[in-house]
Write a protein that binds this ligand. Structure first.
Ligand SMILES: *[C@@H]1O[C@H](CO)[C@@H](O)[C@H](O)[C@H]1NC(C)=O
Ligand SMILES: *[C@@H]1O[C@H](CO)[C@@H](O)[C@H](O)[C@H]1NC(C)=O
Length: 244
């Protein structure tokens, strides 16, 4: 009994007070060059995830499912992706980053550029795409080329076990690729010819199609990044992430 208690104390102790990986670059909040480099180093460190920080791999990011409801307009599709993997985010460059914690503010912003992101998985669509009635499912590959992303996080300071931590309260994302390649097999179930035609139209109008689904992509990816960022903030006290 006593040894069981001892073991559970050890396990509990392990979940607390984690030091950041020593390779992580720690910056002063006003040093925007350093912040950009630090975020880049974090991306590479987290590529395969960190079990001790409870962070799953970020390249690929694996999602058991992702659901986007239909929302009217030219692309009125209920989209289910199950499962789905997002490849290529760890190769992003961080163009700039800033942390504003003056005068009671708590805001973190960054701009990133991801040269090649592939979203690979199984999809199911029902609804309408332009003039086509869609009821498809199968393999998909959405490839985003030169994806520019603007990340805006609102945050707050919280107490975790007597230490000050940051917590993101709102994560906004604005993602714009230079171009996209879509591959959805079998979009009109059982009709190969029309499926191919729909796909051709999608690819000929790749950025217009993206404009229709952009806000859903922004919101879905913002939610993913929100969880990853809060895992990091929840595990590592603020004073170990930033120099005063
Ligand atoms: C996804 O599509 C891109 C662009 O067509 C291609 O380069 C890549 O090999 C595809 N990936 C997979 C896993 O099929
Ligand atoms: C991506 O952007 C870079 C820098 O602007 C450019 O050199 C490159 O050709 C672009 N890649 C593609 C595939 O268009």
């Amino acid at each position: 009994m006593r040894s069981l208690l001892f073991v559970s104390c050890l396990l509990l102790a392990q979940t607390k007070a984690i030091d950041p990986p020593s390779e992580l670059l720690i910056c002063k909040m006003h040093d925007t060059d350093c912040i950009a480099k630090s975020i880049k180093s974090a991306l590479l460190l987290l590529q395969n995830g960190r079990k001790d920080l409870g962070i799953p791999p970020i390249d690929p990011i694996h999602l058991a499912n992702m659901h986007i409801p239909g929302s009217g307009g030219q692309v009125d599709l209920e989209q289910t992706y199950e499962p789905i993997d997002v490849f290529g985010l760890s190769a992003s460059s961080i163009l700039d980053g800033s942390v504003d914690m003056d005068n009671g503010n708590c805001e973190i912003t960054m701009n990133s550029l991801s040269p090649h992101v592939e979203i690979i998985g199984q999809y199911k669509f029902t609804g309408k795409l332009l003039l086509f009635q869609i009821n498809g499912f199968g393999r998909c590959n959405v490839t985003l080329i030169n994806l520019s992303s603007k990340h805006t996080m609102k945050c707050e300071h919280v107490d975790v076990d007597g230490e000050e931590h940051l917590r993101v309260t709102d994560y906004k994302l604005d993602m714009q690729p230079e171009s996209i390649m879509y591959e959805f097999e079998n979009m009109v179930d059982g009709n190969r010819a029309i499926s191919d035609e729909v796909l051709k139209v999608m690819n000929e109008n790749n950025l217009d199609i993206y404009a229709e689904i952009k806000k859903d992509y922004d919101r879905t990816f913002a939610e993913i990044f929100y969880h990853i960022t809060n895992k990091i903030f929840n595990n590592i006290p603020k004073k170990k992430l930033f120099l005063e």
